[in-house]
Design a protein around this ligand. Structure first.
Ligand code: PMV
Length: 335
Protein backbone atom coordinates (compact mmCIF):
# COMPACT_ATOMS: atom_id res chain seq x y z
CA UNK A 1 0.00 0.00 0.00
CA UNK A 2 1.33 3.43 -0.81
CA UNK A 3 2.11 5.72 2.14
CA UNK A 4 -0.44 8.49 2.57
CA UNK A 5 -3.17 6.39 0.95
CA UNK A 6 -6.41 8.33 1.61
CA UNK A 7 -8.67 5.26 1.47
CA UNK A 8 -7.01 3.56 4.48
CA UNK A 9 -9.45 2.22 7.11
CA UNK A 10 -10.02 4.30 10.27
CA UNK A 11 -7.61 2.33 12.40
CA UNK A 12 -4.71 2.64 9.96
CA UNK A 13 -2.77 5.75 9.03
CA UNK A 14 0.25 6.10 6.79
CA UNK A 15 2.81 8.74 5.83
CA UNK A 16 5.65 8.77 3.33
CA UNK A 17 9.41 8.94 3.63
CA UNK A 18 11.47 11.36 1.58
CA UNK A 19 14.73 11.89 -0.21
CA UNK A 20 16.58 15.17 -0.45
CA UNK A 21 17.91 15.50 -4.00
CA UNK A 22 19.95 18.59 -3.20
CA UNK A 23 20.28 21.05 -0.33
CA UNK A 24 20.45 19.13 2.97
CA UNK A 25 22.25 20.95 5.79
CA UNK A 26 22.17 24.25 3.85
CA UNK A 27 18.36 24.06 4.26
CA UNK A 28 18.81 24.48 8.02
CA UNK A 29 20.32 27.94 7.21
CA UNK A 30 17.51 29.01 4.87
CA UNK A 31 18.68 27.63 1.50
CA UNK A 32 15.84 25.86 -0.36
CA UNK A 33 16.20 22.09 -0.68
CA UNK A 34 14.95 20.02 -3.60
CA UNK A 35 13.13 17.00 -2.21
CA UNK A 36 10.59 14.37 -3.08
CA UNK A 37 8.31 11.93 -1.31
CA UNK A 38 8.94 8.21 -1.48
CA UNK A 39 6.10 5.84 -2.26
CA UNK A 40 7.03 4.01 0.95
CA UNK A 41 7.13 5.19 4.57
CA UNK A 42 5.51 4.36 7.93
CA UNK A 43 2.20 2.76 8.90
CA UNK A 44 0.48 3.01 12.30
CA UNK A 45 -2.38 0.66 13.25
CA UNK A 46 -4.64 1.14 16.25
CA UNK A 47 -5.33 -2.14 18.09
CA UNK A 48 -7.04 -2.80 21.43
CA UNK A 49 -4.71 -1.79 24.27
CA UNK A 50 -4.09 0.78 26.99
CA UNK A 51 -2.58 3.74 25.12
CA UNK A 52 0.98 2.71 24.25
CA UNK A 53 3.07 3.22 21.13
CA UNK A 54 4.65 -0.04 20.02
CA UNK A 55 7.44 -0.28 17.46
CA UNK A 56 8.15 -4.02 17.06
CA UNK A 57 11.01 -3.38 14.58
CA UNK A 58 12.88 -1.49 17.32
CA UNK A 59 11.61 -3.81 20.08
CA UNK A 60 10.30 -0.76 21.93
CA UNK A 61 6.98 -0.11 23.66
CA UNK A 62 6.38 3.23 25.35
CA UNK A 63 4.71 3.88 28.68
CA UNK A 64 0.94 4.37 28.37
CA UNK A 65 -0.55 7.78 27.66
CA UNK A 66 -1.94 7.95 31.20
CA UNK A 67 1.54 7.29 32.61
CA UNK A 68 3.04 9.97 30.36
CA UNK A 69 0.56 12.81 30.38
CA UNK A 70 0.68 15.40 33.13
CA UNK A 71 -2.11 15.88 35.61
CA UNK A 72 -0.95 18.84 36.90
CA UNK A 73 0.77 20.18 33.79
CA UNK A 74 4.52 20.07 34.16
CA UNK A 75 4.92 16.71 35.90
CA UNK A 76 5.08 14.90 32.63
CA UNK A 77 6.67 11.60 33.42
CA UNK A 78 6.29 8.94 36.06
CA UNK A 79 8.95 9.72 38.66
CA UNK A 80 10.39 6.22 38.73
CA UNK A 81 10.76 5.64 34.98
CA UNK A 82 13.27 7.54 32.85
CA UNK A 83 11.52 8.37 29.57
CA UNK A 84 13.00 6.91 26.40
CA UNK A 85 13.30 9.03 23.26
CA UNK A 86 10.21 7.27 21.94
CA UNK A 87 8.32 8.00 25.20
CA UNK A 88 9.23 11.66 24.79
CA UNK A 89 8.22 11.75 21.12
CA UNK A 90 4.90 10.00 21.86
CA UNK A 91 4.30 12.41 24.70
CA UNK A 92 5.14 15.41 22.50
CA UNK A 93 2.49 14.26 19.99
CA UNK A 94 -0.11 13.63 22.71
CA UNK A 95 0.54 17.06 24.22
CA UNK A 96 0.32 18.84 20.85
CA UNK A 97 -2.94 17.05 19.96
CA UNK A 98 -4.28 17.79 23.42
CA UNK A 99 -3.42 21.50 23.02
CA UNK A 100 -5.18 21.52 19.65
CA UNK A 101 -8.41 19.76 20.66
CA UNK A 102 -8.58 20.72 24.36
CA UNK A 103 -9.45 17.10 25.17
CA UNK A 104 -7.23 15.15 27.61
CA UNK A 105 -5.79 12.07 25.87
CA UNK A 106 -5.39 9.93 28.95
CA UNK A 107 -7.42 6.74 29.18
CA UNK A 108 -6.92 5.37 25.71
CA UNK A 109 -8.31 1.97 24.81
CA UNK A 110 -5.95 1.40 21.89
CA UNK A 111 -2.28 0.73 21.39
CA UNK A 112 -0.62 2.19 18.31
CA UNK A 113 1.58 -0.25 16.43
CA UNK A 114 4.08 1.22 13.99
CA UNK A 115 5.85 -0.47 11.09
CA UNK A 116 8.07 0.78 8.28
CA UNK A 117 8.41 0.10 4.59
CA UNK A 118 11.70 2.07 4.38
CA UNK A 119 14.98 1.50 6.26
CA UNK A 120 15.00 3.48 9.50
CA UNK A 121 17.83 5.64 10.79
CA UNK A 122 19.01 5.96 7.19
CA UNK A 123 18.20 9.55 6.17
CA UNK A 124 14.92 8.67 4.45
CA UNK A 125 12.67 10.51 6.90
CA UNK A 126 11.40 7.46 8.81
CA UNK A 127 11.00 9.30 12.14
CA UNK A 128 8.94 12.05 10.49
CA UNK A 129 6.84 9.46 8.66
CA UNK A 130 6.25 7.71 12.00
CA UNK A 131 5.31 11.00 13.69
CA UNK A 132 2.84 12.01 10.96
CA UNK A 133 1.29 8.52 10.72
CA UNK A 134 0.91 8.33 14.52
CA UNK A 135 -0.68 11.79 14.78
CA UNK A 136 -3.05 10.87 11.93
CA UNK A 137 -3.90 7.54 13.55
CA UNK A 138 -4.66 9.19 16.93
CA UNK A 139 -6.75 11.84 15.14
CA UNK A 140 -8.79 9.19 13.30
CA UNK A 141 -9.13 6.60 16.03
CA UNK A 142 -10.14 9.14 18.70
CA UNK A 143 -12.26 11.13 16.18
CA UNK A 144 -10.52 14.37 17.22
CA UNK A 145 -11.44 16.11 13.96
CA UNK A 146 -8.12 17.96 13.80
CA UNK A 147 -6.92 19.73 10.66
CA UNK A 148 -3.64 19.21 8.77
CA UNK A 149 -1.98 22.15 10.56
CA UNK A 150 -2.46 20.37 13.92
CA UNK A 151 -1.00 17.13 12.57
CA UNK A 152 1.90 19.23 11.28
CA UNK A 153 2.48 20.83 14.72
CA UNK A 154 2.31 17.45 16.48
CA UNK A 155 4.77 15.85 14.05
CA UNK A 156 7.18 18.78 14.38
CA UNK A 157 7.05 18.45 18.18
CA UNK A 158 8.09 14.79 17.85
CA UNK A 159 10.79 15.62 15.29
CA UNK A 160 12.28 18.10 17.79
CA UNK A 161 12.62 15.22 20.24
CA UNK A 162 14.32 13.04 17.62
CA UNK A 163 16.51 15.67 15.93
CA UNK A 164 16.88 18.83 18.05
CA UNK A 165 16.02 21.78 15.77
CA UNK A 166 15.04 20.25 12.41
CA UNK A 167 14.29 22.42 9.37
CA UNK A 168 10.83 20.83 9.17
CA UNK A 169 11.45 19.37 5.71
CA UNK A 170 10.96 15.71 6.69
CA UNK A 171 7.59 15.98 8.37
CA UNK A 172 6.29 18.43 5.73
CA UNK A 173 7.09 16.00 2.91
CA UNK A 174 5.83 13.06 5.04
CA UNK A 175 2.51 14.83 5.33
CA UNK A 176 2.07 16.39 1.90
CA UNK A 177 3.95 14.07 -0.45
CA UNK A 178 4.88 15.19 -3.95
CA UNK A 179 8.04 16.75 -5.27
CA UNK A 180 9.26 20.31 -4.77
CA UNK A 181 11.33 22.94 -3.04
CA UNK A 182 11.29 23.19 0.74
CA UNK A 183 12.38 26.40 2.40
CA UNK A 184 12.54 26.65 6.18
CA UNK A 185 9.56 28.66 7.46
CA UNK A 186 7.88 28.62 4.02
CA UNK A 187 7.01 24.95 3.65
CA UNK A 188 6.98 22.95 0.44
CA UNK A 189 6.22 24.52 -2.93
CA UNK A 190 5.75 22.58 -6.12
CA UNK A 191 8.05 23.49 -9.01
CA UNK A 192 5.93 25.24 -11.64
CA UNK A 193 6.02 24.26 -15.32
CA UNK A 194 7.63 20.86 -14.85
CA UNK A 195 7.36 18.72 -17.98
CA UNK A 196 5.08 15.73 -17.45
CA UNK A 197 7.97 13.23 -17.60
CA UNK A 198 9.90 15.12 -14.88
CA UNK A 199 7.11 14.97 -12.25
CA UNK A 200 8.38 11.69 -10.87
CA UNK A 201 11.96 10.49 -10.94
CA UNK A 202 13.47 7.06 -10.72
CA UNK A 203 16.39 6.85 -8.27
CA UNK A 204 18.53 4.08 -6.81
CA UNK A 205 18.78 4.22 -3.01
CA UNK A 206 21.55 2.31 -1.24
CA UNK A 207 22.27 1.96 2.45
CA UNK A 208 25.83 2.44 3.74
CA UNK A 209 25.17 0.07 6.64
CA UNK A 210 26.19 2.84 9.01
CA UNK A 211 23.37 4.64 10.88
CA UNK A 212 23.31 8.33 10.07
CA UNK A 213 23.29 10.74 12.99
CA UNK A 214 21.51 13.89 11.90
CA UNK A 215 21.75 15.61 15.27
CA UNK A 216 25.52 15.10 15.42
CA UNK A 217 26.16 16.12 11.77
CA UNK A 218 23.94 19.24 12.11
CA UNK A 219 25.93 20.13 15.25
CA UNK A 220 29.21 19.62 13.32
CA UNK A 221 28.09 22.00 10.56
CA UNK A 222 27.06 24.53 13.24
CA UNK A 223 30.54 24.24 14.75
CA UNK A 224 32.19 24.86 11.35
CA UNK A 225 29.83 27.79 10.78
CA UNK A 226 30.80 29.34 14.10
CA UNK A 227 34.49 28.86 13.42
CA UNK A 228 34.60 30.14 9.81
CA UNK A 229 31.33 31.77 8.90
CA UNK A 230 32.57 33.33 5.64
CA UNK A 231 33.65 30.08 4.00
CA UNK A 232 30.62 28.11 5.21
CA UNK A 233 28.34 30.91 3.92
CA UNK A 234 30.16 30.65 0.59
CA UNK A 235 29.54 26.89 0.61
CA UNK A 236 25.81 27.44 1.30
CA UNK A 237 25.68 29.99 -1.56
CA UNK A 238 27.22 27.43 -3.93
CA UNK A 239 24.66 24.85 -2.78
CA UNK A 240 21.86 27.39 -3.35
CA UNK A 241 23.11 27.89 -6.94
CA UNK A 242 23.27 24.11 -7.45
CA UNK A 243 19.65 23.83 -6.29
CA UNK A 244 18.71 26.50 -8.87
CA UNK A 245 20.66 24.62 -11.54
CA UNK A 246 18.87 21.40 -10.59
CA UNK A 247 15.45 23.04 -10.82
CA UNK A 248 16.33 24.51 -14.25
CA UNK A 249 17.57 21.06 -15.32
CA UNK A 250 14.28 19.47 -14.26
CA UNK A 251 12.28 22.12 -16.08
CA UNK A 252 14.37 21.55 -19.20
CA UNK A 253 14.21 17.76 -18.88
CA UNK A 254 18.03 17.66 -18.68
CA UNK A 255 18.83 14.77 -16.35
CA UNK A 256 22.56 14.93 -17.13
CA UNK A 257 22.66 18.47 -15.74
CA UNK A 258 20.62 17.35 -12.71
CA UNK A 259 23.11 14.52 -12.10
CA UNK A 260 26.07 16.90 -12.37
CA UNK A 261 24.45 19.27 -9.83
CA UNK A 262 24.03 16.29 -7.47
CA UNK A 263 27.73 15.41 -7.87
CA UNK A 264 28.79 18.96 -7.08
CA UNK A 265 26.45 19.05 -4.10
CA UNK A 266 28.13 15.87 -2.81
CA UNK A 267 31.52 17.63 -3.07
CA UNK A 268 30.13 20.52 -0.96
CA UNK A 269 28.74 18.05 1.60
CA UNK A 270 32.17 16.43 1.84
CA UNK A 271 33.60 19.91 2.57
CA UNK A 272 30.97 20.28 5.30
CA UNK A 273 32.29 17.05 6.85
CA UNK A 274 29.00 15.17 6.63
CA UNK A 275 30.20 12.44 4.25
CA UNK A 276 32.02 9.23 5.29
CA UNK A 277 34.18 6.57 3.55
CA UNK A 278 31.20 4.32 2.75
CA UNK A 279 29.33 7.22 1.10
CA UNK A 280 32.38 8.12 -1.00
CA UNK A 281 32.83 4.44 -1.97
CA UNK A 282 29.18 4.10 -2.97
CA UNK A 283 29.33 7.29 -5.09
CA UNK A 284 32.40 5.95 -6.87
CA UNK A 285 30.71 2.57 -7.51
CA UNK A 286 27.59 4.34 -8.80
CA UNK A 287 29.58 6.43 -11.28
CA UNK A 288 31.45 3.36 -12.51
CA UNK A 289 28.12 1.60 -13.05
CA UNK A 290 26.82 4.46 -15.20
CA UNK A 291 25.16 6.92 -12.78
CA UNK A 292 24.97 10.56 -13.88
CA UNK A 293 24.70 11.77 -10.29
CA UNK A 294 25.29 10.29 -6.82
CA UNK A 295 25.28 11.80 -3.37
CA UNK A 296 24.33 11.22 0.23
CA UNK A 297 20.78 12.11 1.23
CA UNK A 298 19.72 13.45 4.63
CA UNK A 299 21.93 14.05 7.61
CA UNK A 300 24.94 12.04 6.33
CA UNK A 301 27.80 10.50 8.29
CA UNK A 302 26.21 7.21 7.16
CA UNK A 303 22.63 6.57 6.09
CA UNK A 304 21.77 6.38 2.41
CA UNK A 305 23.22 7.36 -0.95
CA UNK A 306 21.01 8.18 -3.93
CA UNK A 307 21.98 7.75 -7.55
CA UNK A 308 20.39 9.15 -10.68
CA UNK A 309 21.16 6.59 -13.36
CA UNK A 310 18.66 6.63 -16.23
CA UNK A 311 18.66 3.22 -17.95
CA UNK A 312 21.43 2.05 -15.57
CA UNK A 313 19.45 1.75 -12.32
CA UNK A 314 19.82 -2.03 -12.20
CA UNK A 315 23.58 -1.80 -12.80
CA UNK A 316 24.02 0.65 -9.91
CA UNK A 317 21.78 -1.41 -7.61
CA UNK A 318 23.73 -4.58 -8.51
CA UNK A 319 27.13 -2.89 -7.99
CA UNK A 320 26.05 -1.74 -4.53
CA UNK A 321 24.59 -5.15 -3.66
CA UNK A 322 27.82 -6.86 -4.70
CA UNK A 323 29.80 -4.54 -2.44
CA UNK A 324 27.48 -5.33 0.48
CA UNK A 325 25.28 -2.21 0.37
CA UNK A 326 21.56 -3.09 0.32
CA UNK A 327 19.78 -1.14 -2.39
CA UNK A 328 16.41 -0.58 -3.99
CA UNK A 329 14.98 1.44 -6.87
CA UNK A 330 12.31 4.02 -6.07
CA UNK A 331 10.15 6.56 -7.77
CA UNK A 332 10.09 9.87 -5.97
CA UNK A 333 7.55 12.61 -6.26
CA UNK A 334 4.44 10.63 -7.11
CA UNK A 335 1.44 12.05 -5.25
O1 PMV B 1 18.71 12.66 8.12
P1 PMV B 1 17.34 13.21 7.89
O2 PMV B 1 16.48 12.37 6.99
O3 PMV B 1 16.62 13.53 9.17
O4 PMV B 1 17.52 14.60 7.09
C1 PMV B 1 18.20 15.67 7.70
C2 PMV B 1 18.27 16.84 6.78
C3 PMV B 1 19.09 18.01 7.35
O5 PMV B 1 19.05 19.05 6.36
C4 PMV B 1 20.55 17.61 7.55
C5 PMV B 1 18.54 18.53 8.66
C6 PMV B 1 17.19 19.21 8.54
O6 PMV B 1 16.61 19.43 9.62
O7 PMV B 1 16.74 19.55 7.44
Amino acid sequence: MSAGCPSAPDTLATACGKVILLGEHAVVYGVPALCGALERGALVHAVPGDGRLRVPAWQVTTASASELVARPAGAFFAANAAPSVLDQAFFAILRALHDACGQPLLSLSHDFVASFTIPTGAGLGSSAALAVALARCLNRTLALGLADEHIDAAALAAERVFHGEPSGLDHTVAQHGGFGLFRRGNGLTAIPDLPQDMRALSLVVGYTGRARNTKERVARVAELYKRDRASIDACFSRIARLVETAVAALKGGDLRALGEAMNQNQAELTRLEVSCPEIEHMCMLAHTAGAWGAKLTGGGGGGCVIALAPAHENHVAAAWQRAGYPSFIVQIGRQ
